[in-house]
Design a protein around this ligand. Sequence first.
Ligand code: GDP
Ligand code: MG
Length: 238
Amino acid sequence: MSVEGNLDRVGHRSPRARPDTPPRHAHSSGKEVNILVLGYRGVGKTALTVRYLTKRFIGDYNSETEMLYSHSTCIEGKHLTLHIIDTLGQMTADDISQHQVLWADCVIIVFAITMATSFQVARTLVEYVHKISTNRSIPVALVANKSDMIERKTVSDTEISRLCAEYNLLFFETSASEGRTSMNQVFVTLAQQVRHILKKKEKLTRFMQNPAVAAKLQIQQSFRNLAQRAWRTRTSTL
Ligand SMILES: Nc1nc2c(ncn2[C@@H]2O[C@H](COP(=O)(O)OP(=O)(O)O)[C@@H](O)[C@H]2O)c(=O)[nH]1
Ligand SMILES: [Mg+2]
């Protein structure tokens, strides 16, 4: 059986298929985290995902099928299920599925340090994800893969730092073949961030639902309305 066959695979999709309905309800209770892996073809998305799930590098991966994995893990003492979509890859922003970005609680954007084009595409993907998710906080990790091939590096650190600073990205340098930075670190950090954002949201919702806070907000709004009305009356009589 292949390594991929050993994984807890809950579904796979044909190369061109785009899911009409998410495999799980997006942004649910915090017990499930939806992770989308994007990046130019051949940068190592599948190698990194399989490395995380199996701790192994097999070198040759099926590049014709988009995969959805469900993986149970324990983070900060909590049992979580990570749903991971390993996409086929994007050559341009037109290849991104808006539906998948909306499904995702967090996104991993991979490029290869040996492929300048893959970094340019990564920038396009970052911009797209940022545009689509303007009214919700969605952690994005930029992953520079193939760091074992440092002698063939064509992407400059300055460019990488600039992109990370511009979009507030988490950054990881990895090698799926050598397992230098544990992919565990990438997935765990993202899942933690998603949980923290969710906790903050829940806290805010509870705060807003507090009757005393609601009453205070209502009074403030009434004052604002009164002030606006008075201002309108004053300006219309001038
Ligand atoms: N040297 C090296 N090769 C890698 C690394 N990650 C992936 N590869 C190779 O790059 C090729 C493409 O990897 P794959 O995971 O299929 O890329 P994907 O199209 O982004 O999913 C395969 O031949 C992998 O063995 C890495 O970190 N270092
Ligand atoms: Mg792949």
